[in-house]
Design a protein around this ligand. Structure first.
Ligand SMILES: CSCCC(=O)C(=O)COP(=O)(O)O
Ligand SMILES: [Mg+2]
Length: 234
């Protein structure tokens, strides 16, 4: 047991969870999902560039580049660089979700979840807690990961999903927007993440916070922390 908080008195009504490093091994994201998207991206963008949802993201990349006439090759080069440097760009995240859909559907991989995650999520849902996801991965990517997880389809447990369209994960305003969407007092919402800067944002918006310190994660002293969902009693 680590620096476990007493959440029992907080009357937690909703849990908002990060994915990478919290429910899911960072290595699954970096060693499986990102390389898959990196390999597929040139051909995917070239062959789907006329498809409206793909064209929308290509235009968003051109806007980021400040060059509305940027060639498709330079858009692809930019997207590959963003994957290599793990940039949480909304347009890249949308395209990654589209490419991963194919990988999940043909069984190339399943969404990794730590063994302690699914039992606790089920228990909280049964106890009437509302469950949400907030990740830099697109909402489509989040649904795919939980829908094709190593524990089966967990999407019925969740009441909603948030990605960077609501704001970036280190910004206080993102957590204020999520609180407004949930229609609950911020103090009754628990945010789970491995990243201290994300927890800082949530706390400044009034949420309860808890850091997941998985293998390889650096624990900070700023937030209560646990090593697994087993240690979280709501
Ligand atoms: C939704 S699975 C892919 C995760 C991803 O693309 C990512 O950037 C991880 O971000 P998180 O906010 O979950 O740390
Ligand atoms: Mg994380």
């Amino acid at each position: 047991m680590m620096n476990t908080p007493d959440l029992a008195d907080a009357n937690i009504r909703a849990v908002v969870t990060d994915i990478e490093g919290t429910t899911t091994d960072i290595r699954f994201v970096h060693d499986v999902l990102f390389p898959y998207a990196h390999d597929q991206l040139p051909e995917y963008v070239n062959t789907h560039s006329a498809q409206p949802d793909v064209a929308e993201q290509i235009d968003a990349v051109r806007r980021e580049l400040g060059d509305p006439d940027a060639s498709l090759d330079s858009v692809i080069e930019t997207l590959l660089y963003w994957i290599e440097t793990d940039q949480k760009k909304t347009s890249l995240k949308a395209l990654q979700g589209m490419m991963w859909a194919d990988g999940y559907q043909r069984g190339a991989f399943q969404g990794h979840l730590y063994a302690d995650v699914a039992p606790r999520l089920r228990q909280w849902a049964e106890a009437g807690k509302k469950l949400y996801v907030y990740s830099s991965g697109s909402v489509q990517a989040q649904k795919l990961l939980f829908g094709h997880s190593v524990e089966g389809d967990l999407t019925p447990l969740f009441s909603g999903y948030f990605d960077t369209h609501i704001g970036h994960k280190r910004e206080i305003k993102a957590y204020r927007h999520i609180t407004a969407e949930l229609g609950l007092p911020a103090a009754s919402i628990l945010f789970l993440s491995d990243v201290v800067e994300e927890l800082d944002g949530a706390r400044q918006a009034g949420m309860q916070t808890l850091q997941l310190v998985r293998e390889g994660t650096q624990a900070g002293a700023e937030h209560a922390s646990v090593a697994s969902f087993d240690e979280i009693d709501l």
